[in-house]
Design a protein around this ligand. Structure first.
Ligand SMILES: Nc1ncnc2c1ncn2[C@@H]1O[C@H](COP(=O)(O)OP(=O)(O)OP(=O)(O)O)[C@@H](O)[C@H]1O
Ligand SMILES: [Mg+2]
Length: 594
């Protein structure tokens, strides 16, 4: 029950409705118990005593009970559904909010399918329990208590005799629950794995297809699918094995009643109506007992689901920086960034640093180019700049103030990263560019697209800015997607812009145009450009050559290219062909022949 106590804030507001739902179900069951009395009355008073003039009264009373019972059932269904839905609405929103604030590191290992399962299947289990099964649970107990009392008042001896096997019945249902629980848990985890595989496959379908991995993927899915089937089968086998015994035990009760009750009627110590009432009461009591296992199962499933949801809700979020309160005014950022002897390790006890003794000073409006081989730490710098990880060694400051002392909202308002992997939403190009900005005008969107060199190709699309692009931007070329992502960053008019390999798919001419547009527009913006291509960073005020997290060289393009060293080597390897071509062309023109 602990988990449902923890969930109290999510349904406590609805407690009145919860009580109405429980009461109305209890009343409906009370009407059921009344039926048995009506039956007794019909047989003993109307039929045996031949008082046929009472038939009309009896019929009206029976109709009244039926209508009242239906009304109560409706109230139970209606209020129960409301309580369940309202609670799940709050829970789901809370989970979704939590997902937004979980640290970046959480998503490195998180499985989308599993998270989706928590937000859907688990939520449904909890909703059904709080909305319906909880009331049923209480109702079951009340039916058993009141039904037994009614039976005892009719004939306590017969009642005790009839209900003699019920403890065995209850024991059996509990045993079933104990056996079935692990099977149900396995089933749920198998389902979660199955959806993870499907989700991953859909996300990576292009890779799968291009590497002809369909067969492998199909096998992987069928394995998981079969595992799910087996788990379901095991659960069903356990239930199927127990149910006949439970049914047998349940049926013994009315049989005992018919034998001994019948003898009493023959002897005249029990009326026919009383026997009929006892018979109906027996079933009224036995059925909930029969279902105890089912409801306990539901309870356990809801408990397990609730725990999975709470596991998510209790995860620590990444709000390492203080949030701005209403009284705090927004502090404008100028864009002066300093890294002072920053060393960073992704794992606490890792021996390989992602950055080692890294220092830099970027004055407002300057352009810093970072070049380095793959895995040298370029994207790590971006992650530290957006506050994805907290550093333990060294210090990062913005406008002279320690990064962690800034309000995260101030930083997020001023910083615009363009990630190495372009992510576009399945929405229109307009919405993709406008993401994160409140109601931008068409003019602003077009301006941003123009600067990002995206306007031209967008205008040529039949639907222009209203073109809906597929998930992850399917339907556009790599360079087109990158330019939309850049436009999305530019529309924010950031004070700090970070382009992590964000122009890698652009041809050099477009890249050059983009650089010029940025130079004009972002004179006051501090720009970080991470790249593998010299052409992307050669115009930078300072270029840093990075290798295995360490700075190998730093300076301007002119400085570095004239020095023997890694930068010059990269330059030569990338420009060798064009230098040759250039020399060749010059020679040809000068020689006037060939
Ligand atoms: N989330 C992570 N957990 C652990 N190690 C990581 C993580 N992300 C990156 N690394 C490691 O940190 C180092 C630097 O990675 P980073 O992504 O910064 O390189 P990069 O210069 O951006 O490379 P690329 O040019 O391929 O994008 C690499 O050795 C990488 O394996
Ligand atoms: Mg990278």
């Amino acid at each position: 029950m602990k988990i449902f106590k923890q969930m109290k804030p999510f349904y406590w507001n609805e407690r009145k409705r919860l009580i109405i739902s429980i009461l109305s179900l209890t009343c409906a069951t009370g009407m059921n118990l009344m039926y048995t009395k009506l039956l007794q009355f019909l047989i003993d008073d109307v039929i045996v005593n031949e008082k046929y003039e009472l038939v009309l009264t009896f019929s009206f009373t029976a109709a009244g009970v039926i209508i009242a019972k239906s009304g109560m059932q409706y109230l139970y269904g209606f209020t129960g559904a409301r309580v369940g839905n309202k609670m799940v609405l709050r829970l789901r929103n809370a989970c979704y909010e939590k997902l937004q604030y979980l640290p970046y590191s959480y998503y490195e290992t998180a499985k989308t399918g599993d998270l989706i399962a928590r937000m859907t299947v688990d939520m449904d289990a909890v909703r059904n329990f709080i909305g319906f099964d909880f009331a049923q649970f209480i109702n079951m107990g009340l039916t058993i208590i009141f039904g037994s009392v009614m039976m005892l008042t009719i004939s306590w001896k017969l009642a005790l005799l009839t209900l003699i096997t019920t403890p065995i019945l209850i024991w059996l249902t509990f045993r079933l629950d104990r056996k079935a629980q692990p099977a149900y848990r396995d089933t749920r985890s198998a389902m979660s794995q199955l959806s993870s595989v499907a989700q991953e496959n859909i996300a990576g379908i292009r890779t799968v297809k291009s590497f002809n991995g369909m067969g492998h993927e199909i096998n992987k899915f069928s394995d998981k699918n079969e595992r799910y089937r087996n788990k379901q089968y095991e659960a069903a086998k356990t239930v199927a094995k127990h149910y006949p015994v439970i049914e047998l035990m349940a049926n013994i009760c009315p049989i005992l009643l018919l034998i001994f009750g019948g003898m009493h009627v023959i002897r005249g110590s029990l009326s026919l109506g009383e026997l009929a009432a006892l018979f109906s009461l027996t079933w009224l009591i036995i059925s909930p007992m029969w279902w105890i296992a089912f409801h306990i199962n539901k309870y356990s499933q809801a408990k397990a689901s609730g725990e999975r949801i709470f596991e998510l809700l209790q995860l620590e979020t990444s709000r390492c920086m203080p949030e701005r309160t209403r009284e705090d005014a927004a502090i404008p950022i100028n864009g002066e960034i300093r890294f002072q002897d920053v060393s960073f390790y992704y794992k606490e006890n890792s021996s390989t640093p992602a950055l080692l003794h890294f220092s830099l000073v970027a004055s407002p409006g300057s352009v810093v180019g970072i070049i380095g081989s793959t895995g040298s730490g370029k994207s790590t710098i971006l992650k530290l700049l957006i506050g994805a990880y907290k550093i333990k060694k060294g210090e990062i400051t913005i406008d002279g103030k320690n990064y962690d002392e800034w309000h995260s909202s101030d930083i997020k308002q001023s910083i615009a990263p363009v990630f190495q992997e372009t992510y576009l939403f399945a929405a229109t190009i307009r919405d993709n560019i406008a993401f994160g900005v409140d109601n931008p005008s068409d003019e602003e969107i077009t301006q941003a697209a123009m600067k990002a060199q995206a306007h031209e190709f967008i205008s040529m699309l039949p639907m222009g800015y209203d073109t809906v692009i597929g998930e992850r931007g399917i339907g556009l070329s790599g360079g087109q997607r990158q330019r939309i992502a850049i436009a999305r960053a530019l529309i924010r008019k950031p004070k700090i812009l970070i382009l992590d390999d964000a122009t890698s798919a652009l041809d050099m001419e477009t890249e050059y145009k983009l650089q010029n547009a940025l130079k004009d527009e972002l004179a006051q913006t501090t720009c970080f450009i991470m790249a593998n291509r010299i052409s992307s960073i050669r115009h930078a005020d300072e270029i840093i050559v990075l290798d295995k997290g360490q700075i190998l060289q730093r300076g301007t393009h002119q400085d570095l290219v004239s020095l023997e060293g890694p930068y010059r080597s990269i330059y030569l390897s990338q420009y060798d062909d064009s230098i040759h071509k250039h020399n060749h062309l010059t020679l040809t023109v000068e020689g006037g022949e060939q």
